[in-house]
Design a protein around this ligand. Structure first.
Ligand code: IMP
Ligand code: MG
Length: 184
């Protein structure tokens, strides 16, 4: 189930769910796979700030082919988990997408609402193709079906932090991915 993660002052870093070596091994595999699928192309990666920044930085270095990238930042209109799921663009792309093979790089797909809305937005910009890579997938929380082409790890419905993922803007710099302990 999906839930609203209310801000807690008692939270603490819980056990490691995915350690740094496990993450790097999987990113090497993803990088080779995506590079293989893009032979002869110059994909244009779009990393979703801020959460995907660290994953993106490692992923591009695991892709041995010419590419370009850009960044976008989005926020939801309501709180996390609201049904509208409409995203607000906080920082837009610099480059247009026409005639580009776009690969959207996300940190985590939870309800899928953010990604769904973002995909609709990007499709209106007429890319040649649009694929999605997400480091983490929480299938149990999905509210809307979004086809994700490449997934790093399927994880249980827990709140995780580290390796770019935050809780109230903190913990992004943890090298491993941890379960956050809300101490209730
Ligand atoms: P969705 O719209 O419910 O799929 O949520 C997408 C966004 O919620 C992600 O891009 C994250 O910023 C945030 N999010 C969802 N689950 C987690 C989590 O377990 N840890 C940290 N952020 C999360
Ligand atoms: Mg976040």
């Amino acid at each position: 189930m999906s839930m609203e993660w209310t801000k807690s002052r008692n939270e603490s870093i819980g056990p490691v769910l995915l350690d740094r070596q496990t993450i790097q091994n999987r990113i090497s595999e993803l990088g080779s796979q995506i590079a293989g699928d893009n032979q002869g192309k110059t994909p244009h990666l779009i990393a979703v700030l801020k959460g995907a920044s660290i994953f993106h930085a490692d992923l591009v270095r695991a892709m041995e082919l010419p590419l370009s990238f850009d960044f976008i930042a989005v926020g939801s209109y309501g709180t996390l988990g609201t049904s509208s799921g409409e995203v607000r663009i906080l920082k837009d792309l610099e480059d247009d997408l026409e005639s580009k093979d776009v690969l959207l790089v996300e940190d985590i797909v939870d309800t899928g609402l953010t990604l769904h809305s973002l995909v609709q937005n990007l499709k209106r910009r007429k890319p040649l193709s649009l694929k999605i890579v997400a480091l983490l997938n929480k299938p149990a929380s999905r509210k809307i079906d979004v086809p994700v082409d490449y997934i790093g790890f399927h994880i249980p419905d827990a709140f995780v932090v580290g390796y770019g993922l935050d809780y109230d803007q903190r913990y992004r710099n943890l090298p491993d991915i941890h379960i956050l302990d809300f101490g209730k």
